[in-house]
Design a protein around this ligand. Structure first.
Ligand code: ADP
Ligand code: MG
Length: 467
């Protein structure tokens, strides 16, 4: 009975494959068709995988380089439930393929065939989280450039920003952006070969390939990508020799105008243990960063999530969560989710009290104090020995101007006051002045370690005096 069913499905598959051949014959010139497709043999299609046999590895490579875009839609048409196509090698088919046009062979960039490996598996269909789209990526001053660049790359891959290098701290949306590119490109062109790979997987496969003498297959697989999305490149740890291979895959793709997008938790120059030329390859495209979101953006992100899930949560609770989680959007979402879970498990309404207890658990009891703008002002003016009127007033004396910017910076970071509020408290200054001040201090504290110490000292004092 089972046998019968198997045979039946085999026959059906064969029939479907013949339909594919018919379509290919109608599409291609007779020479290409008989050289490359007639020699293929249908093997099976189960578990979502269609398996075809080809005479040798080179044959497979040639089809993949040159005919994938023709073949994929035809296969999808006749094998609608298959998500993967796998080629295996059957040397008995060699004879039939002997007619391959020698000129065609010499024109291709593919490496000479090696017969060692019996089988290569191809999975062009990297899966993307459907939630990671551009529509669901809330834009703010902290991620605007990154979003524009990513979106432009997804509309015109390989043409403008190549490679695109996105960097920034954990939980700030890098993977989201990377997968949004994948989702968008796939939406526009379902047959485009978008490959997403975390650097861990990449390295593991790479090292395996070297061990098993399958380096060529490995590099071939990646060289077939139309778009290669590489996540978390900061974990790339390869010895010099292996970095070389990595470099060649990158170079090869870039030279053929294939798009590469890379994410990292730090800029290329700060990546440790990477060869200079790899770093400069990363630098040769466009670099954009994602920063920690400001209060308004954190609120907007929570609101977006709440709206998209059709929830109803009072604004003061959203604001409270946003005020207390600063530098990681994953944690921000986590706090919301935990709160909702607790509310539904304990059959209580979402309340400020509930939000407080969740945040206390997440952050520990340490930072549950809210620091007021007054405290910041008191400590800063005392430290710089200036009067409260001076710091608010219009005076431009150097010490005063600096104290004022320090106050802007600390209010922003410690009190989570909005730009508007800080501006008002500082004598009605415009929000752009505040943004500028905050940035200036952030820059100086990065560049001047003496100044950073000073800032830390003031911060400690404020936290100590906090209301
Ligand atoms: P990273 O890769 O930088 O560590 P992720 O991309 O994994 O961060 O983002 C962490 C979480 O925060 C994800 O669930 C993501 O959807 C969400 N997220 C990050 N940035 C945004 C944003 N701008 N709008 C909406 N959600 C975001
Ligand atoms: Mg990530």
């Amino acid at each position: 009975m089972d046998n019968y069913r198997l045979e039946e499905s085999g026959a059906k598959g064969e029939f479907q494959w013949n339909a594919c051949l018919k379509d290919l014959e109608d599409t291609l010139n007779p020479q290409s068709f008989s050289s490359w497709f007639l020699p293929l043999q249908y093997c099976s299609d189960d578990n979502d995988v269609l398996t075809l046999a080809a005479p040798n590895k080179f044959h497979i490579e040639f089809i993949e380089y040159n005919y994938w875009k023709t073949l994929a839609p035809i296969i999808e048409k006749h094998f609608p439930s298959n998500r993967k196509v796998q080629f295996i090698i059957n040397r008995n088919l060699q004879e039939q393929a002997a007619k391959i046009d020698v000129e065609m062979l010499s024109n291709t960039p593919a490496p000479a065939p090696t017969q060692k490996k019996p089988k290569i598996e191809q999975d062009y269909y990297s899966t993307f989280n459907s939630r990671y789209t551009f529509d669901d990526f809330v834009e703010g001053p902290h991620n605007q450039f990154a979003k524009v660049a990513a979106s432009s790359v997804s509309e015109n891959p390989g043409t403008s920003y190549n490679p695109l290098f996105i960097y920034g701290g954990t939980g700030l949306g890098k993977t989201h952006l990377l997968q949004a590119i994948g989702n968008r490109v796939r939406e526009r062109d379902p047959y485009s070969r978008v490959m997403y790979v975390s650097i861990d997987t990449f390295m593991r496969d790479f090292i395996d390939a070297i061990k098993n003498n399958k380096k060529n297959d490995f590099s071939l697989l990646y060289r077939q990508a139309d778009i290669l999305l590489v996540d978390d490149v900061q974990f790339l740890r390869l010895r010099e020799g292996t970095q070389e291979q990595f470099f060649h895959i990158f170079n090869d793709l870039l030279q053929r105008d294939k798009q590469i997008v890379i994410t990292s938790d730090r800029p290329p120059k700060e990546l440790e243990g990477l060869e200079e030329r790899l770093v400069s390859r990363f630098l040769s495209g466009l670099m954009v960063d994602v920063q920690a979101p400001d209060l308004e953006s954190r609120i907007a992100i929570l609101q977006h999530k709440i709206m998209s899930e059709n929830l109803d949560i009072p604004y003061e609770i959203i604001e409270f969560i946003a005020q207390n989680i600063h530098s990681n959007i994953r944690e921000l979402e986590g706090a919301l989710t935990t709160m909702l879970a607790r509310s539904s498990l304990s059959h209580t309404d979402v309340s400020l009290g509930l939000a407080k207890s969740v945040l206390m658990d997440i952050k520990g009891v340490k930072r549950n104090r809210i620091i007021s703008i007054d405290t910041v002002q008191n400590v800063v003016t005392r430290y710089y020995k200036i009067s409260p009127n001076e710091i608010i007033g219009p005076g431009r004396r150097k010490e005063v101007a600096q104290a004022r910017q320090v106050m802007m910076y600390l209010c922003r970071n410690l009190c989570d006051a909005s730009l508007k509020t800080i501006g008002l408290r500082l004598g009605g200054r415009d929000h752009t002045t505040i943004i500028y001040g905050v940035r200036e201090i952030a820059r100086r504290s990065r560049e001047d370690s003496g100044f950073k110490k000073e800032l830390d000292l003031i911060t400690q004092q404020i936290e100590f005096e906090g209301d």
